[in-house]
Design a protein around this ligand. Structure first.
Ligand code: HEC
Ligand code: HEC
Ligand code: HEC
Length: 124
């Protein structure tokens, strides 16, 4: 004789237990960050994939060039505007929300650029 009254609930608990990772993460498994892109612009200062991968290097390069040689010019024209090497006057003119753009990825990636210790983020 076996005790069906214990085996069935036992099986249910066992199944719930081994599938825990599946249902526990339902709806948020692998959520990727959703940075809010500028609505009034179609392109960035470099192709999108390059920006995603290399914006840190670009910013460091710009900073070094501005501070060491005073060269602020950057030869990219989008529409009628020429862009200069500047975090505030270039990046943040289009990406007007640090919170909804930069931070969404950085929080996800656990990076905390220290730039904002000195550079002022746009008022939101
Ligand atoms: C002229 C407006 C403009 C300027 C200036 C600008 N961006 Fe962008 N940026 C955009 C747009 C529009 C996109 C989305 C492009 C696309 O979807 O192809 C974008 C995309 C990006 C992305 C990739 C986001 C993603 O999810 O794919 C990063 C990172 C980024 N920009 C950072 C910067 C930084 C850092 C600067 C300054 C060095 C900067 N941007 C300057 C308009 C701008
Ligand atoms: C599409 C996602 C994404 C967006 C949007 C984004 N970043 Fe980043 N950023 C990253 C990732 C991921 C790293 C870490 C890269 C690494 O460590 O190699 C990073 C690193 C950086 C770093 C270097 C930090 C360090 O401590 O090394 C700076 C500076 C930076 N981002 C500036 C910005 C600024 C300014 C914006 C908004 C205009 C921005 N990023 C928007 C994904 C993003
Ligand atoms: C200790 C304070 C401080 C920190 C931290 C700092 N900066 Fe700067 N940054 C400055 C000062 C001061 C200037 C010169 C401003 C000028 O002449 O326009 C500057 C200039 C720049 C410039 C060129 C000019 C401009 O208008 O943007 C860039 C690009 C830049 N910084 C990027 C960064 C990035 C990216 C980080 C973070 C990885 C960072 N800075 C962290 C103080 C700082």
């Amino acid at each position: 004789m076996y005790d069906g009254g214990k085996i069935i609930p036992g099986l249910i608990i066992f199944v719930l237990f081994i599938t825990f990772p599946i249902w526990y993460n339902r709806g948020n498994a692998g959520t990727v960050p959703q940075p809010e892109l500028p609505k009034n612009y179609k392109q960035c200062v470099l192709p999108d994939a390059d920006m995603r991968a290399e914006h840190m290097q670009l910013l460091n390069r710009w900073r070094d060039q501005v501070l060491r040689t005073g060269d602020r010019s950057f030869d990219v024209k989008i529409g009628d505007t020429m862009y200069q090497k500047s975090l505030m006057n270039t990046c943040m003119q289009c990406h007007t929300s640090k919170k909804k753009f930069c931070d969404r990825c950085h929080t996800y990636a656990s990076v905390k650029p220290y730039c904002w210790d000195c550079h002022v983020a746009p008022v939101e």
